[in-house]
Design a protein around this ligand. Structure first.
Ligand code: AMP
Length: 396
């Protein structure tokens, strides 16, 4: 069922409570190091201001675990937002309670109030631990807008509880609409060939998604740390490489079912290193040679880059999640960087999700050449796996 959109709401003069995702990376001193998430929410916030709504923003930041912790205050985000909007953003000291209700009552059309970190209250992540928390948020608003795709896979008070209470008065924001539209198209009507590239550290966090993608895509290309669980499952030596023994059976099952039919591709060569640092001694080996003790796999090799690139050049749709090597070490980022450049060059709809893959795209300087950079890592994985998210379903 489609979600209702912000354009459908009569918001003039109304109080609109918006769930944004301002969970931004910060330096140890608390400075925002990447404001992309704040920037991504601007179209919705500006629309509300321009249409004379009183705008109340709520978000989480970090993991304060239900306790007030000044290290996770949203005040720096309110300040950054105020600079971007070129207007004052009022900061509340809490997200529920009498003082907040007073600030909301005084809020005029076109003004913006930023509530304090939702996760300072246990009721955000565990509504049963704080009766009345969800109601305390819902009573602030005439309408609810969810623009936090990155948190829509979590059934929390601010993502599922509040819109359930404000049933019929809850819609998706513009960023959320864009994300849902992109993934719906990818899952239901992708232009073909549709290829997926899956990397990252562990097979355990991604095997469900790999299975879901194998059903939808024409082929899935594997890289990153999960490669070594697949290799070990085939009886190939992996030296000291990262791997997950409990998933050997699963890896074998996926290989047996899909590798011979050309739906699942694994690296054919690798870069191996004696340590995970810039001082490492490293070299390229063929997968069939195996990895000796004292070495670990850290990147896909040049043959694998060529193999994957030759397939990707004919793609009409590509989804990418997870780096293909330990890309934080420059020497081991070559495979990931090469694939980022291939995606930038091809004439296809390219969708990238997950913080590390986005960082790789940015490091390669090709973010403008990617069709859609998703704001949700975990959310994009669950969207692929289940076709919807708790915070999206509740808006239908
Ligand atoms: P994920 O969050 O699952 O997408 O994993 C991202 C992390 O996987 C990055 O920090 C990479 O350094 C790591 N990674 C990728 N390839 C390897 C590898 N071969 N060995 C160890 N870690 C890896």
């Amino acid at each position: 069922m489609p979600t209702r959109s912000l354009n459908d709401l009569p918001i003039e003069g109304k109080r609109v409570l918006v769930r944004v995702d301002f969970n931004v990376p910060q330096s140890p001193q608390g400075a925002i190091t990447d404001d992309s998430r704040i920037v991504a929410s601007l179209p919705t916030i500006r629309y509300l201001i321009d249409h004379k709504a009183a705008v109340i923003l709520m978000s989480h930041l970090g993991r304060p675990d239900g306790k007030v912790n000044p290290a996770y205050t949203l005040a720096p985000c309110a300040k950054r937002l105020s600079e971007l909007l070129k207007q004052n953003v009022i900061s509340a000291k809490d997200c529920v309670g009498k003082e907040v209700e007073g600030l909301v009552a005084a809020l005029k059309p076109g003004e913006v109030l930023m509530l304090e970190n939702l996760r300072f209250h246990p009721g955000e992540e565990h509504p049963e631990k704080e009766p009345g928390f969800t109601e305390g948020l819902a009573k602030l608003a005439d309408f609810y807008v969810n623009d936090a795709f990155g948190t829509a896979h979590r059934a929390h008070a601010s993502t599922v509880g509040v819109p359930s209470l404000l049933n019929g008065k809850s819609v998706a924001g513009f960023l959320m609409d864009k994300e849902i539209g992109c993934f719906n198209q990818l899952l239901t009507d992708p232009k073909r060939p549709f290829y997926a590239i899956i990397g990252g550290a562990k097979i355990s966090t991604k095997c469900q998604m790999i299975e879901a993608l194998i059903q939808k895509a024409d082929a899935v290309f594997i890289g990153g740390g999960m490669t070594y669980t697949f290799m070990k499952a085939q009886g190939i030596a992996i030296g000291d490489s990262i791997h997950e023994d409990p998933f050997l059976e699963k890896a074998k099952e996926l290989l047996d079912r899909y590798a011979s039919s050309g739906k699942l591709f694994l690296p054919i060569d690798l870069v191996i290193a004696d340590q995970l640092s810039e001082k490492a001694s490293f070299r390229q080996v063929k997968v069939s040679e195996g990895i000796p003790k004292g070495f670990q796999g850290v990147d896909i090799g040049s043959g694998t880059v060529n193999l994957y690139a030759s397939k990707l050049r004919s793609a009409k749709t590509v989804f990418w999640n997870g780096p293909l090597g330990v890309f934080e070490v420059p020497q081991f980022a070559k495979g990931t960087q090469a694939i980022a450049h291939v995606l930038a060059q091809i004439d296809a709809k390219t969708v990238v999700g997950g913080g590390d893959s986005i960082a790789a795209i940015k490091a390669a300087g090709v973010e403008d050449k990617i069709s859609h950079i998703s704001t949700g890592g975990g959310a994009s994985l669950e969207m692929i796996e289940f076709g919807t998210l708790p915070g999206v379903k509740v808006l239908s």
